[in-house]
Design a protein around this ligand. Structure first.
Ligand code: GMT
Length: 377
């Protein structure tokens, strides 16, 4: 099959959409395709650069005439340049706003008929879509794309209902790199973090935004901590961080809640973790759940958005209603008290990644779409 030249537009900073965009690009590069990232900076997960991956930086000067630098237009201009100079076969845009709009503008600027795939990741619809000023923009981005994908069936349904686009949307699930996320020996991480060998370890990994409901995680942990000796790892950074630190102090949990900051060694942290908590009020998919599952860590998560497509209640984890911290604690204690049940959940978590979210299968779905949009199938 022809080697494709793909322009990729994504947010290069911390966040699930950036992770998926970079992991997919790496897999495509390994399959021989030429991937051109058109972004404001190098995506954060790109530690090793693959020879089939190129970066095209979007530069913008802060001219005094602008209150806000027009990044979306600078992006469109750069995409148009790359379409022409690199003779791209298609564009893959992650996150509708502003990327899908910049892509549509770029096509026009380059006078090109290049195909565009937009992948919706969640907040671009579930949060921005509620803003009347942006709802039409999201619809425009979807309608101008040749095909739009959503990372879960729940997100697809919500987009159809809320945005009412004129184009079909298909679901392609997220995946993780199974080579990176796999069960490994715990090493001396517990000692390094000052955790007693017998302590149970609960973990939450996110960008510490309100939508993640981390206060519920701390409240659930407090209940769990009343019954067993345990530690809570809060991994990441974000706007809520200082309020969370205050809450931990107020609850008298400073000795048991560890803020690790943003970390690159997630498999090592997951290797010492017994249970993941994700109690978000909105979550299109919950990529971090897959990262945990791939390392054999079951989860307790809220029954919202795309989470039930990942967490199967009573199989690889438990689902709870939003804000039900008592149910979280009860389920965690049940799991920790029954080794057989816990091991069954752990096996099922690994199985979920191997079967339902197998990266090879998902990458092939995207590749098929790439050929279709490039007019080669
Ligand atoms: O809130 C985040 O975790 C970041 C956000 C993003 O835009 O990167 O994540 C969204 O995309 C991820 C990758 O597809 C999904 O796994 C997350 O569920 C989704 N976040 C929300 O829907 C809140």
């Amino acid at each position: 099959m022809k080697r494709l030249k793909v322009g990729v537009i994504c947010y290069p900073t911390l966040g699930g959409s950036g992770v998926v965009a970079t992991e997919l690009g790496l897999k495509m590069a390994e399959r021989g395709h030429e991937m051109h990232y058109i972004t404001s900076s190098k995506p954060f997960r790109f530690t090793d650069v693959h020879p089939n991956i190129q970066f095209h930086e979007v530069k913008i000067d802060g001219y005094a005439v602008f209150k806000y630098p027009p990044y979306d237009i600078a992006l469109a201009n750069r995409i148009a340049q790359v379409i022409i100079e690199e003779e791209l076969d298609l564009l893959h845009v992650h996150y509708a706003v502003p990327h899908a709009i910049s892509a549509a503008l770029a096509k026009d600027m380059a006078n090109s008929s290049i195909g565009v795939i937009t992948t919706l990741h969640g907040t671009d619809v579930t949060i921005l879509g509620h803003d009347p000023a942006l709802k039409n923009t999201v619809r425009y981005g979807i309608d101008k794309s040749d095909i739009t994908t959503a990372v879960s069936e729940a997100l697809r349904q919500e987009t159809l209902q809320m945005i009412e686009p004129n184009k079909e949307i298909m679901t392609i699930y997220n995946f993780i790199d199974e080579e990176k996320y796999k069960p490994i020996e715990p090493g001396c991480m517990k000692t390094a973090l000052g955790i007693d060998m017998n302590d149970k370890v609960l973990i939450h990994i996110s960008n510490f935004r309100t939508v993640k409901r981390i206060p519920d995680i701390i409240a659930s942990f407090k209940l769990i901590r009343q019954d067993i000796s345990a530690k809570l790892l809060l991994v990441g950074e974000g706007p809520e961080q200082f309020d969370l630190m205050d809450q931990v102090k107020l609850e008298g949990l400073e000795d048991d809640v560890i803020f690790t900051g943003k970390r690159d060694d997630l498999p090592e942290l997951l290797a010492i973790s017994d249970l993941m908590l994700l109690l978000s009020e909105k979550e299109a998919f919950g990529l971090v759940l897959l990262e945990g599952f791939a390392c054999g860590v079951p989860a307790i998560a809220t029954n919202v958005g795309g989470i039930p497509e990942v967490v199967e209640d009573g199989v690889n984890g438990f689902l709870v209603e939003l804000g039900d911290t008592e149910a979280v604690a009860a389920h965690a204690l049940t799991l920790f008290a029954d080794e057989q049940l816990y091991n069954r959940f752990r096996e099922q978590a690994l199985h979920t990644v191997e079967e339902k979210f197998n990266s090879e299968f998902i990458v092939l779905q995207y590749e098929e779409l790439y050929y279709r949009i490039a007019g080669l199938s």
